[in-house]
Design a protein around this ligand. Structure first.
Ligand code: ADP
Ligand code: MG
Length: 147
């Protein structure tokens, strides 16, 4: 596990960029943290590294927002998803031609892939955040090592 502290949202975006640089098509990133912990903010940085030009905002009213870039970004927010809704198939949203970033992934625990990069964000005082990055599975452990 790699641990980072940021004291501004810009620093969190910068960390997102650093993480984004080690991501490739087909990769999955799970973002875990309370409301306003910085999940969408770190996704903005990941998008920058992938060459996304559009501004990344919370996909509040849709489950997924697609951004084209040098590598496409699929930004999912499962906050409003009912965990018991069996119709939702996460696999359908994990595209081979882009990076999939998922906020509130534990709404669908039973559908989460076996390997992914996990980012846990914790709110400390004011603008301080502790951000833990952990690779699950060989491919993602190698990415974690590059950070
Ligand atoms: P989430 O997607 O986890 O709900 P957001 O990224 O949408 O969170 O919101 C984070 C909020 O906290 C933003 O308003 C951002 O400006 C603010 N903020 C303050 N300090 C930080 C920091 N160090 N890292 C990330 N966001 C921060
Ligand atoms: Mg968000």
């Amino acid at each position: 596990m790699k641990c980072f502290n940021t004291s501004t949202s810009d620093e969190t975006i910068k960390l997102g960029e650093k993480i984004g640089k080690v991501l490739k098509e087909g990769d999955v990133v799970l973002l875990d943290g309370d409301l306003s912990a910085g999940k969408t903010t770190i996704t903005k940085g990941i998008g920058l590294a992938l060459g996304v030009k559009k501004i990344i905002n919370s996909p509040t009213f849709t489950i997924v927002k697609t951004y084209s870039g040098d590598i496409n970004l699929y930004h999912l927010d499962l906050y409003r998803l009912d965990g018991l809704n069996n119709d939702f198939d996460l696999e359908e949203y994990i595209e081979a031609d882009g990076v999939t970033v998922i906020e509130w992934p534990h709404q669908v625990d039973e559908l989460i892939p076996s390997e992914y990069l996990e980012i846990k964000l914790f709110k400390l005082d004011n603008d301080e955040r502790r951000i833990e990055v952990r690779g699950i599975g060989k491919k993602y452990i190698e990415k974690e090592d590059l950070l």
